[in-house]
Design a protein around this ligand. Structure first.
Ligand code: NDP
Length: 258
């Protein structure tokens, strides 16, 4: 999967999400992260079709929402997402949140979809180590991806190490901390040193740690900016310095509460 993708949470269905996806594809993105919950899958699919970029060049992720979890309802939710996106197959299908008492049945549905080749890869989102262990204890197909909140204020070292050990690709959501903390001195200093924006410094920090990143923007200039991170390299020390910003600070919900 590509290391950089466009996130479309809160990009409005219709013109807004369509323009964002088209801009991203124009500026070289080949990965889009949507979800049943975002209610913009139709716009994502429409923009992809109209962009003229061949389907097989693009990596499309969507997710099953909490109230659709369970075996049969997940299969129905998948079919609805696939229909809205207008695609024959999805590249990556994720369980959006670990709903207690449900996520193991949901996982069995994802395994079924994978075996049927309706989805090229299956994974989870917002899973803690204990959730992953529970799924892996008797699964047939192991989760391939864990999409989690991860940024300089929430570095997730323990979970990251666990995922790397088990060959589960970590993907960072809210990588830009939703634009907060851009004034941190460490980030400002690196921004000046490399003549890159703070957003570019953070996204570069992700990919150098082999973390897939999916910044959201609906603004063409920022969409372009966020993908322009392949012409400089942070030092090991700088990667460590950014990680020192960690405060285990969550901007979104805590997966332990689901
Ligand atoms: P991000 O950290 O990506 O921040 C997005 C915000 O930053 C927007 O307000 C955007 O505004 C702004 N922004 C984008 N680029 C720049 C830039 N270069 N400079 C300054 N500001 C910028 O937050 P998200 O929460 O949206 O996370 C990204 C994606 O992760 C989501 O879109 C979604 O796909 C996924 N996600 C997954 C979750 C899960 O539970 N699995 C939960 C939350 C998100 P503007 O649009 O105006 O540019």
């Amino acid at each position: 999967m590509p290391y950089v993708g466009l996130g479309v949470y809160k990009a409005m269905e219709g013109q807004e999400v369509e323009n964002a996806v088209k801009a991203a594809l124009k500026h070289g993105y080949r990965s889009i992260d949507t979800a049943q919950f975002y209610a913009n899958e139709r716009g994502v699919g429409k923009a992809l079709k109209e962009s003229g970029v061949p389907r097989e060049e693009v990596f499309i992720t969507t997710k099953v929402w909490n109230d659709s979890q369970g075996y049969d309802s997940t299969l129905r939710a998948f079919e609805a997402s696939r229909e809205k996106l207008g695609l024959d197959y999805i590249d990556l299908y994720l369980i959006h949140w670990p709903i207690t008492g449900k996520y193991k049945d949901t996982w069995r549905a994802l395994e079924h979809l994978y075996r049927e080749k309706k989805v090229r890869a299956i994974g989870v989102s917002n899973f803690q180590i204990y959730h992953l262990e529970e799924v892996m204890e008797d699964c047939e197909v192991k989760p391939m991806v864990n999409q989690i909140e991860l940024h300089p204020k929430l570095t997730q070292r323990e979970l990251l190490t666990f995922c790397q050990k088990h060959d589960i690709q970590v993907e960072a959501w809210s990588p830009l901390m939703r634009g907060k903390f851009f004034d941190h001195p460490t980030l400002i200093a690196l921004s000046k040193k490399y003549n890159k924006t703070v957003a570019q410094i953070i996204l570069r920090w992700d990919i150098q740690q082999k973390i897939v990143t999916i910044p959201k923007s609906v603004n063409e200039a920022r969409i372009k900016e966020n993908a322009n991170i392949f012409d400089f390299e942070l030092t090991e020390q700088e990667i460590t310095d950014i990680a020192k910003m960690n405060e285990n600070l969550r901007l979104g919900p805590n997966p332990d509460d689901f």
